[in-house]
Design a protein around this ligand. Structure first.
Ligand code: GDP
Ligand code: MN
Length: 378
């Protein structure tokens, strides 16, 4: 995924309004940017992952001091598996309404689709009721060459734009999607500002790896992006996968718990097969997530570790059990489930798989490690 300011430069070149902003990698750079774009600014962790808002990676503050304090807190911190090396200092936009718009490849049909919703700002997974899907016609689509990007420096004022309606924004996103050979362009939120303008407050852009050689974006925008084929596929599905080469597959909710689970497997003498960040969207992403981890070569057991707080264990577990039904894996699976909705979740595991969830994370870990070890010897 492109960093936000690169994604926004792409949107801007497509004629879509974005807030004025600049990049700071040190506190000293914050003040001048607040002077230019503030006093009210959004300070945003510049890392290529979603859900920064929820993770505390986006704060709207007033004035230089508050912006410096926010930058101080973010710089050097970890967000998911990324260290924050830069923050975006961006003109804060007074919001009247948050909308959602994206163009992506539908995983089922392989066709490009336009997704739109009146409820932006939140996870797309929780707005499914409200989501309009339009399959895009790829035939006879004129694709004028994409304007080359990366010409301007890292600081840019608000761009003049002639785009004033949602339809025009949608058309611009669709054109950019084809011109830049993207696999995802998501604006969440696209806001109706207090003054009525439509402004893209966020930009998540994923470019097609296989079109790398004919790209019109600078190489450094996408350097370090390429992972294994599975990791790239995961990224396109909104999942962050890192292959670790071991034999214990891990499904946990949230980056923190997932990292702790990976460590626990290693500490128990096991070999973790993966890190997979499914965030709070465990339910809707359970099937592709399970499919991905089971497709890892050498996987011999699966450890499911859910700890419910805002995310409910019963909802996440239902997702995994549905995925299990759909995929019918044959490897042993061990559950550790605690927190919100765990009683119901544990009962679902008993009812649907006929197995008993383990009473603690430690026990689930040691069973998963032990059974992978048995598989290794046999
Ligand atoms: P994400 O969580 O990684 O998708 O980060 P976003 O860039 O979408 O920011 C998360 C949320 O912060 C948005 O949905 C907005 O509600 C809020 N936000 C971001 N930028 C601004 C801004 O300029 N002004 C205001 N008022 N809110 C903002
Ligand atoms: Mn967003």
């Amino acid at each position: 995924m492109l960093l936000e300011h690169h994604g926004k430069e792409l949107l801007r070149s497509a004629g879509i309004a974005v807030p004025g902003h600049g990049v700071a990698s040190a506190i000293a750079a914050v003040g001048p940017l607040v002077d230019r774009f503030g006093p009210r600014v959004a300070v945003k962790a510049l890392v290529p992952v979603g859900g920064r808002g929820k993770a505390g990676g986006v704060v709207v503050v007033d004035g230089v001091e508050a912006a410096e304090a926010a930058a101080q807190r973010l710089l050097g911190a970890m967000l998911g598996s990324h260290r924050v090396d830069q923050v975006l200092i961006e003109e804060a936009i007074p919001i009247a309404q948050e909308l959602y718009i994206s163009v992506t490849i539908d995983p089922g049909s392989g066709r490009p689709v336009l997704l739109e919703s009146d409820q932006g700002g939140i996870d797309v997974e929780s707005m499914t009721d409200d989501l309009t899907t339009t399959v895009l016609d790829v035939q006879n689509r004129p694709t004028p060459p994409a304007p080359a990007l990366g010409q301007s420096e890292s600081e840019s004022g608000p761009a003049p734009t002639s785009i004033t309606t949602r339809r025009e924004v949608a058309n611009a996103v669709i054109s950019a999607f084809f011109q830049y050979e993207a696999t995802l362009i998501e604006i969440n939120p696209l806001v109706v500002a207090a003054d009525g303008r439509l402004v893209a407050l966020d930009a998540k852009v994923q470019l097609d790896e296989s079109a790398r050689h004919r790209r019109s974006v600078p190489d450094h925008w996408v350097d370090g992006e390429s992972g294994t084929e599975r990791e790239q596929l995961a990224a396109e599905l909104g999942l962050r996968l890192i292959e670790l080469g071991g034999d214990v597959a891990i499904l946990a909710n949230g980056a923190g718990l997932t990292m702790a689970t990976v460590d626990a497997v290693a500490n128990a003498g096991g070999r973790p097969a993966n890190f997979l960040e499914i965030g709070g969207d465990a339910y809707t992403k359970a099937i592709p997530a399970l499919e991905l981890v089971l497709s890892l070569p050498g996987v011999r057991s699966l450890l499911v570790n859910f700890c419910g707080a805002f995310a409910r264990c019963d909802v996440m577990t239902a997702g995994v059990l549905d995925a299990w039904d759909a995929l019918q894996p044959t490897i042993p699976v061990y559950f550790s489930i605690s927190g919100t909705g765990s009683d119901k979740a544990r009962q679902m595991v008993r009812d649907r798989l006929g197995i008993e969830p383990l009473p603690s994370m430690q026990e689930a870990v040691s069973h998963a490690v032990g059974s992978a070890g048995l598989g290794r010897r046999s």
